[in-house]
Design a protein around this ligand. Structure first.
Ligand SMILES: CCCCC/C=C/C(=O)SCCNC(=O)CCNC(=O)[C@H](O)C(C)(C)COP(=O)(O)OP(=O)(O)OC[C@H]1O[C@@H](n2cnc3c(N)ncnc32)[C@H](O)[C@@H]1OP(=O)(O)O
Ligand SMILES: NC(=O)C1=CN([C@@H]2O[C@H](COP(=O)(O)OP(=O)(O)OC[C@H]3O[C@@H](n4cnc5c(N)ncnc54)[C@H](OP(=O)(O)O)[C@@H]3O)[C@@H](O)[C@H]2O)C=CC1
Length: 313
């Protein structure tokens, strides 16, 4: 019998690194002749998702509020493959949403794939959250996602054509998100929409799935979200540029995710190789959301974590 106790244990090394940028598991040209609409496609994870579709031949439509960002991303994405157009839009406004689809149809045709990536979020203790702060996050994240999805569904039902919707979620849709009550509630709504609409629209050939990123730092992160990461890591780590290493040490994968890993998952979910997958939300986070310790850590209130004093009413 082997005495395992006497064998030295190799140090943990985490999950392997992803394939290099520019690689793809899907055949070249998988999205040739296909139109993909990505909300929030001008920044961060939305841009990374759009890039993977573009590499596989898709024509892209990216939509969000800020025209300058969209233009910069459009130029970047245009170098990857298909054509790219951008349409300024606040997804909270159903009329503007309809105009995005009109513009997309005029440019390339009715989008075959919709990626609901745009969302809003900032950490705030629930007792400090103003009604407008709540509404802003819930309206963008949940209502905006619904308005986009409804418009996509209506147009495909009218045309009798199939389609695929991917809505970007967050793992606190299952767990709750202390300090992010508005966003967690909205993302729980998004997950529920995925499940409802997959059944409603399956008979019409429309797939509806969710896709959840883990910690995937990128240069476009808002100051609010970046500030939250700063709280999670010691100040000297930011100064020395070692924050990435510090963040990695807090993940079961012993590394953070690369945005392209989310892009690859999106490209798979909307592809011909995933036609029987619908109503599902796929989590791409190296199992971080399932993490539990043998011993529970000490409770620290959200106010304390954010360095806030007592509630002042
Ligand atoms: C680390 C864990 C992450 C968990 C996973 C999820 C991640 C993400 O979702 S990351 C995506 C983050 N990206 C964004 O949020 C991009 C878009 N966001 C924004 O543009 C702003 O953050 C926005 C939502 C505040 C902008 O919406 P807009 O309607 O233009 O907002 P206003 O500036 O008018 O503000 C509305 C309302 O919200 C209050 N508010 C804004 N920031 C904060 C804050 N940091 N803390 C508390 N309250 C905030 C603002 O004061 C307004 O309320 P009133 O003052 O009562 O009018
Ligand atoms: N980064 C992370 O660690 C995680 C991210 N997520 C989710 O991933 C997705 C992408 O996040 P990430 O790339 O990090 O965030 P970003 O802040 O980079 O992207 C958010 C995008 O949404 C757009 N947007 C915001 N409000 C509106 C609006 N009212 N109408 C239209 N577009 C809007 C923004 O563009 P503009 O300002 O031009 O309108 C921006 O392009 C989101 O759904 C987020 O909730 C989930 C878990 C973790």
């Amino acid at each position: 019998m082997t005495d395992h106790a006497s064998e030295p244990t190799p140090p943990p090394h985490g999950l392997p690194a992803p394939a290099p940028a520019g690689a793809s598991a899907l055949p070249d040209g998988t999205y040739d002749g296909t139109v993909v609409l990505v909300t929030g496609g001008g920044t961060g994870l939305g841009k990374a998702i759009a890039a993977e579709f573009a590499r596989l031949g898709a024509d892209l439509v990216i939509a969000s509020r800020k025209e300058e960002r969209l233009k910069a991303a459009r130029d970047e994405l245009a170098g990857l493959g298909g054509r790219v157009t951008s349409v300024p839009c606040d997804i909270r406004d159903p009329d503007r949403v309809a105009e995005v689809f009109d513009a997309a149809q005029e440019a390339y045709g009715l989008p075959d794939v919709l990626v609901n990536n745009a969302a809003a979020n900032f950490p705030v203790p629930a007792e400090d959250m103003s009604p407008n702060a709540w509404r802003s996050v819930v309206d963008i994240t949940l209502s905006g996602t619904f308005f986009m999805t409804r418009e996509f569904g209506r147009r495909h039902l009218a045309a009798g054509t199939p389609g695929s919707v991917i809505s970007i979620g967050a793992s606190y849709a299952w767990t709750g998100g202390p300090g992010f009550a508005h966003s967690a509630a909205a993302k729980a709504g998004v997950k529920s929409l995925v499940e409802s609409l997959a059944v409603e629209w399956g008979p019409y050939g429309i797939q509806v799935n969710g896709l959840v990123p883990g910690l995937m730092p990128h240069e476009d992160m808002t100051a609010d979200i970046r500030g939250n990461l700063d709280r999670a890591t010691p100040a000297q780590e930011h100064a020395s540029g070692d924050r990435q290493r510090e963040l990695s040490s807090r993940q079961p994968a012993l590394r953070v995710g690369a945005p392209r890993e989310l892009g690859w998952a999106a490209a798979f979910l909307a592809s011909p190789y995933a036609r029987f997958i619908t109503g599902h939300t796929l989590v791409v986070d190296g199992a971080n959301w399932q993490r539990r310790g043998l011993v529970s850590p000490e409770v620290v209130t959200v106010r304390e974590q954010m360095g806030r004093g007592p509630f002042e009413g």
